[in-house]
Design a binder for this molecule. Sequence first.
Ligand code: SF4
Ligand code: SF4
Length: 228
Amino acid sequence: MEKETESFKHTKAAEMILLLDRVYKEIEEAEAEWMARCPIKCIDGCGACCIHFEPEIYEVEALYLASWLVFHQRERALQILEGKFNENVMDKENGCLLFDIDNPYHCTVYGGRCLICRLFGYSGDRGKDFSVRWRPCKYLVSMDKNLSASKIKQYSQNDLMDTFGTLPPVMSDFTSRILCFMTEGSSHPIPMREALPAAISKILMLEKYSHNPEFEPDTDPETPPLAS
Ligand code: SF4
Ligand code: SF4
């Protein structure tokens, strides 16, 4: 994310985005390890989990996505900010606005997507005894004929070790990592539709101030928290 944050580097927002980028890279590594051992995979071009789902996101995730959009899809970012974005979704009420029904990959912001989007399907949770569990998504398919995702409701930690010899990444472990570098007043998630315009506005303002020779990079000019 260095190039996406270059125009407002040395700000607190850029620092937080780069910290989140490190967490996202760790997720990629943990998932690659898990996927190398687990033969149950998403169907190519599925995207069913995004049709009726809108992520609730933390401020830092919104800033990450906003800076990715401003850099790679500036026109769309401006449309979202101005409320002129023409969504191509199946469910405008509950679905993600960045889903595109006609795009073969469906997610139109893959490089900037949020934490849950990176982990859904390939992560587990923890039971009351803190052990890891994994419930395969009902659409996941097995590349191994002896394993059928639709027949397996949930794997316990012992099942996971016996079957795959490893454990999946745990969603809450990564969520708690990002909570560590939240700013005050921004530590609860809000729907993406609310969070994104505010984050885009903040990134554009930081860009503008960063080009001002009087701008002091350690300060965060006129930047209210995304949620009140
Ligand atoms: S997690 Fe499930 S619904 Fe989402 S893309 Fe994978 S198979 Fe499809
Ligand atoms: S950002 Fe992409 S992956 Fe995440 S919910 Fe929206 S369309 Fe799905």
